[in-house]
Design a protein around this ligand. Structure first.
Ligand SMILES: [Ca+2]
Length: 483
């Protein structure tokens, strides 16, 4: 007999079948809750004791799940991470080579309707798929040259790749007064909220879990993706109660990494500048981290209350990190750890034993790995370039990758930009300057964990080996950068 539980608004009014079975609703397949914050660097995981943050809820997921200690955003930028996550493909294949905006739509820099996505596979295999928060994968209507680019746009239902519940926007920085497009609303039906976006979205998700407005089919497992905007800029748009947790701490006390510089690194022709203007907001960045964790805690508490916690695969990740002055840079889109390394935690105690794993996993691997964990390995589309590492989560043996790609390019000229890789010992990056010359950067991550010293040029044999490894990697991907 099917267990039927209907949970009403507010109070938990439950209709239980005639045999008075427990409220607990077990679906055959696990639910999936994929949470990813924007610009949340790995060092801001509280349990690592690096940044001065408190993240007890995320820490508990890591403690009882698998913490992938070497996860990276192969292209540390918003849209490219999202593109890799949704398609299981690298940027040159899925076409999301840089952030989506109206000036790049003519280069087809957006998620294509006909690409088989993570959510398409889930929806085709019995899942109710939902998306809440920042999406940033559509190409806004092109704007003529000289006109300021438009970044945000509505995602029409036929672009939603199987997501049947929608409470999302493209991209905006309105943390304190966000707006959203909804499942059945049209382009002109934005919903506005006067609340910090993570707080508001946690409430939307709690409602979704309660299913009090029939947001989903109770007989199906759900797969909910939550793209949280903070700790993205503007860092200062965070509730006072989280700022108060840093009262009296100045930015220099908060920034404990030995590679922090308080002036912009202008020698490097890459990365985001403006340290002098922005770094004083460091404690606000950390306040956003504490706040994001607090709101995730609300959702987890509700999952537990509803008896769904055990049967839900919970993932915590981020689209890239934040430099916050390290190497004299701000923000992202650079090969240094602070931008490149991201959290990736998978919590599913039913099958996944707690562990720390140094697998050199890449973002295109997430979709096949999680489909594998959910019992859908046979449904992984052939178009996926990532690998299914679900055996790592299940304690089995796999062929482990020996490196992770680093990538940064421009959709106008995909042969341009930065390429590199990281293995367990080195980070190696090559930057193609506008005149075609290439500068190389090599860091010994074992002996120089803060990447203070570029050792390229110190050992010719090693340099050649690094360049050859990079060339072989890029050749395999038909990357026009090497021509
Ligand atoms: Ca981002």
């Amino acid at each position: 007999m099917k267990l039927k539980s209907i949970i009403m608004t507010g109070l938990v009014a439950t209709t239980i079948s005639c045999h008075a079975e427990p409220v607990k609703k077990e679906t055959k397949q696990p639910n999936i809750l994929y949470i990813f914050a924007d610009q949340y660097r790995k060092a801001s995981l509280g349990f690592l004791n690096e940044d001065p943050v408190k993240t007890p809820n995320i820490d508990a997921l890591a403690e009882n799940g698998v913490f992938f200690s070497h996860a990276v955003a192969n292209h540390p930028l918003c849209s490219p991470y999202r593109g890799m996550l949704m398609t299981g493909q690298y940027p040159l294949t899925n076409g999301v080579i840089s952030n989506c905006h109206s000036g790049r739509t003519k280069y087809k820099n957006y998620l294509k309707i006909d690409t088989k996505c993570f959510s398409d596979v889930l929806a085709e295999n019995g899942y109710d798929a939902g998306y809440v928060g920042k999406w940033h994968l559509d190409g806004p209507e092109p704007t003529p040259p000289g006109v300021r680019a438009n970044w945000d746009c509505w995602c029409p239902p036929d672009h939603r790749h199987g997501f049947s519940f929608w409470y999302a926007y493209g991209t905006h920085g309105r943390h304190n007064n966000p707006y959203y497009w909804t499942t059945n609303g049209g382009e002109n039906d934005k919903v506005f909220a006067n609340e910090w976006s993570p707080t508001h979205e946690a409430s939307v998700i709690i409602d979704f879990l309660r299913n009090n407005k029939k947001q989903r089919n109770n007989d199906k497992p759900f797969a909910l993706f939550w793209g949280i905007n903070p700790p993205h800029t503007p860092f200062g748009e965070v509730p006072q109660k989280y700022k108060d947790q840093f009262a009296g701490m100045d930015m220099k006390a908060a920034l404990n990494r030995p590679n922090v510089r308080y002036t912009t690194n202008n020698e490097l022709h890459a990365g985001d500048k403006g340290v002098e203007r922005k770094i004083h907001e460091a404690t606000n960045y950390f306040a956003c981290i504490n706040g994001v964790d607090d709101q995730i805690g609300r959702v987890i508490k509700e999952l537990k209350r509803l008896g769904m916690f055990e049967n839900t695969i919970i993932v915590f990740s981020a689209d890239h990190g934040e430099m916050m002055g390290s190497h004299g840079l701000m923000h992202k889109n650079i090969w240094f750890k602070e931008a490149y390394e991201i959290p990736f935690i998978v919590h599913y105690p039913k099958t996944v034993k707690p562990a720390v794993d140094d697998l050199l996993i890449s973002v295109p691997d997430y979709m096949p790995t999680l489909l594998g964990l959910a019992g859908l390995s046979k449904q992984i589309p052939r178009s996926v370039e990532g690998k299914d590492y679900s055996q790592v989560l299940k304690g089995g043996n796999v062929d482990r990758p020996d490196k992770q790609l680093y990538f940064g390019s421009d959709p106008k000229d995909p042969s341009s930009g930065k390429r590199g890789f990281r293995n367990h010992k080195y980070t190696f990056a090559a930057l193609k300057e506008k005149n075609g010359t290439i500068s190389y950067y090599l860091y010994d991550d074992v002996n120089d964990p803060y990447q203070l010293k570029n050792i390229y040029g110190k050992d010719k044999k090693r340099d050649v080996q690094m360049r050859n490894e990079l060339e072989n990697l890029l050749k395999k991907m038909n990357d026009p950068w090497i021509n």
